[in-house]
Structures are given as structure tokens and as C-alpha cells.
Design a binder for this molecule. Structure first.
Ligand SMILES: Cc1ncc(COP(=O)(O)O)c(C=O)c1O
Length: 390
């Protein structure tokens, strides 16, 4: 009799759509191809020097190598609350309204386990950051995807969904992968709707600081009454180039945070203390580095968008995020985003993320992540031109 090694919980997960391209990328590299990788949203630059120095200094202290606190050290929770006060004029209590997570991915995934019951519906925008899809499935929830191009369309579609069993709405602006942005009035409407229908709202503000041309991303917690029904995730991954450090925050409603704190207590012992102390240095130290990071992505965005438009692949300038979301040119629409991405890789030596990997409504698109320098992005455009015979 054969042994089954995977639980039904993971065996029944939706397929991982980036696997094929990742495998092809690996094989191309093994053949010596210099692939320009614009696939994953993985920042290519280091954090500011003062943050790294703080990590190294603190790591020499003999007392910091024990297990840390699952909810995060008190001073880091205070630092994120000060940051929210300064940046968004949102007042939070560090004891009950702020929690440190091991990046927002961990926080969001455990949140689903902490609050979703089997069969509960969770509404997300489709396409979406794939972790939402997987974490809802792992928790036994049912994903309800909304396809929308604007906040108004999202609200209209939300209002039309049968409310029975909907437990939670997950939103994410600036949005990965479409780069859509939201304004404060959208959050106000979401709060009003959620209060009326007694829903939980989770806002993922992963691209809070990657904004361009004067646009500033609002916090969901700025909306009146937001704390009564929801929480927001904030992360140091993109704002401070600290993706590998795994530092995020859940902020807002006390009861939701209590449930998340409780489940995290069963799973983890908190982030390595020197990383948490260095995260305080990030939040309280000089903030020029944040603007410089956004400026680097802005320059890359301009090079990519201009380059693609020059070869007659029409794409528009995103106002925020580290991505360009591009509709596949008409002549290649039929082949679908997986095969199209594969073509760009084989013939252009450029890796992109196929839109289908973000949900069924992502089909027909690919996502470029701005994680290579301007020189390499120009080279990528030449590769694309060659691959598509443009
Ligand atoms: C929308 C969104 N949320 C969360 C994350 C993960 O953030 P973290 O590094 O804090 O886990 C990403 C990463 O790309 C993202 O795009």
C-alpha cells in the first residue's frame, strides 16, 4: 500500500501557476543564458546602511539571541504606531492595536486560519496577490473574486454579491498586480458597506511608499470607523528594501488582532530581536532612503514603459507599485499568458509573470517587476522586440 505524504489540505490547493516559468528560467540559466528577470517582485537593492549597521551592532549583544516575542518587541510596536501617526495621522495603541508579523505574507496567512471558518466566503479582487488565494483555501474558506478596473466598480460588484456567508473582504491598494490605486473616499465606502453587513475588512498596504508623480497612497485606517471592522497590513519589505528580513505589521481592530496574536502564539517565537531593533532604526531613522527607493522604481518604470511603447506594445504609466501590468499585444492574445511568457523567455531571454498566476481574470496580461537596473531593462526591451518580431 502506498503512503500519502501530502495532507488533503495541501493536495487540494490551486495549482502554482508560476512553476512552469520558474522551471524554464532555471533551465535557461543552466544553459548559460543571461535571463533578465522581471518575474518576481523581489527588491534587488539593499536597505540603507544605518539599518544594516544597527542589525550588526545589536547582534553582538549576548542577550539578544533568545526566542523573541511572537507579537513583536514593545519598542517596535511603539515605533510603527509613531510612524502611522506621522505618516497618516492615524492614532494606534501599541499594546492592543499593533502586532509585528513575519512579513505581511505570514500575517495574512495566519489571519485566515485565525478568523475564517470552513465554508466562509472571502472576497478579493481577481487578479490578486496569490497568497490570498492560497491562504483562503488552506483555511477552508471560499474565494469570491471580483473583477474591477476602478474602486467604484469594485464597490458596485461587492454590493451585488449575495451576502450570505461572506465573512471578509481583502483589498490591496496600490494593487499588485494591476497597479490600480485607491483614494480615501473608496475606503470610506468600503467601511460603510462592511459595517452595514458586519464584515471584516483587511487592507494590504504593501506598496505604501512606492508611489510616483506626487501620488500618495492613503491608509485604510484613515477612513472613519475603519478600526471598528478592519485591520491593515504594512511591511518594511518594499518601503525599505528589507524583503528578506521578514518584518511586517498588522494594525487596527483589537479583536481581530487578538485572534491573530493568539494563533501566532501557537506557531512562532517572533522575529530575531536584532532584526526587530534594526526595524526600529528603519522607522525612526532618516527617511530619505524611502524616497530614493521609490525614485529608483520611477526611473525604471519610465524606461520600461517608454521602451515598450516605442516598440508598439501599448502600456500605461502606473502611479504606484514596482510593477507594470501589460495587456498582451493583440497578435499574441490567443496563446494565453503562460505560453506568451514562455515565448518571451525562450526568444527574448526575459522572464515576466504570466497574468493567469494571479487569478483567472489575470489571463491576457503579464506583469513586469521593476527589479533590474535601467541598463538591463533597455536590454529586456530589445529582447522582447526580437521575440515578438516587432
Ligand atoms: C500585495 C502584497 N502583499 C504582501 C506581499 C508580501 O509582503 P511581505 O514581504 O511583507 O510578506 C507582497 C509581496 O510581493 C505583495 O505584493
Amino acid at each position: 500500500m502506498s503512503i500519502t505524504y501530502e495532507s488533503k489540505r495541501i493536495a487540494n490547493l490551486p495549482p502554482y501557476m508560476f512553476g512552469k516559468i520558474n522551471q524554464e528560467k532555471l533551465e535557461a540559466r543552466q544553459r548559460g543564458v543571461d535571463v533578465i528577470d522581471l518575474g518576481m517582485g523581489n527588491p534587488d537593492q539593499p536597505p540603507a546602511e544605518h539599518i544594516i549597521e544597527k542589525l550588526c551592532d545589536v547582534a553582538h549583544d549576548q542577550k539578544v539571541h533568545k526566542y523573541s516575542a511572537s507579537c513583536g518587541i514593545k519598542h517596535l510596536r511603539r515605533a510603527i504606531c509613531e510612524h502611522y501617526e506621522k505618516k497618516f495621522s492615524v492614532t494606534l495603541d501599541p499594546e492592543s492595536e499593533a502586532l509585528v508579523t513575519i512579513g505581511s505574507k505570514e500575517g495574512i496567512s495566519h489571519l485566515m486560519l485565525a478568523v475564517i471558518n470552513k465554508g466562509d466566503a472571502v472576497v478579493i479582487q481577481d487578479p490578486a496577490y496569490p497568497s490570498y488565494i492560497y491562504s483562503i483555501a488552506i483555511a477552508g474558506g471560499k474565494m469570491r473574486g471580483i473583477s474591477s478596473n476602478t474602486g467604484d466598480e469594485f464597490i458596485a460588484a461587492l454590493k451585488k454579491l449575495p451576502s450570505r456567508k461572506i465573512r471578509m473582504v481583502v483589498i490591496n491598494y496600490p494593487h499588485n498586480p494591476t497597479t490600480q490605486t485607491a483614494d480615501p473616499s473608496f475606503f470610506t465606502e468600503v467601511v460603510a458597506f462592511a459595517r452595514k453587513r458586519r464584515l471584516i475588512v483587511v487592507h494590504d498596504l504593501a506598496y505604501a511608499d512606492i508611489c510616483f508623480d506626487g501620488y500618495r497612497a492613503p491608509s485604510f485606517l484613515q477612513a472613519k470607523g475603519a478600526k471598528e471592522i478592519g485591520i491593515e497590513f504594512y511591511t518594511l519589505s518594499k518601503s525599505y528594501n528589507m524583503a528578506g528580513w521578514r518584518v511586517g505589521f498588522a494594525l487596527g481592530n483589537k479583536k481581530i488582532l487578538k485572534a491573530l496574536t493568539r494563533i501566532k502564539g501557537y506557531y512562532d517565537y517572533g522575529i530575531f530581536t536584532p532584526i526587530q531593533v534594526a526595524s526600529i532604526a528603519a522607522l525612526r531613522g532618516p527617511q530619505e532612503c524611502v524616497g530614493e527607493i521609490a525614485e529608483t522604481y520611477r526611473r525604471r518604470r519610465d524606461v520600461l514603459v517608454k521602451g515598450l511603447n516605442n516598440i508598439k506594445w501599448e502600456v500605461s504609466l502606473p502611479k504606484a507599485t514596482m510593477y507594470v501590468w501589460a495587456k498582451i499585444p493583440p497578435a499574441f492574445q490567443e496563446m494565453g499568458s503562460l505560453d506568451f511568457s514562455s515565448l518571451l523567455l525562450r526568444k527574448g531571454e526575459v522572464a515576466v509573470a504570466p497574468g493567469i498566476g494571479f487569478g483567472k481574470n489575470g489571463e491576457g496580461y503579464v506583469r513586469f517587476a521593476l527589479v533590474e537596473n535601467e541598463y538591463r531593462i533597455r536590454q529586456a526591451v530589445r529582447g522582447i522586440k526580437k521575440a515578438l518580431n516587432l
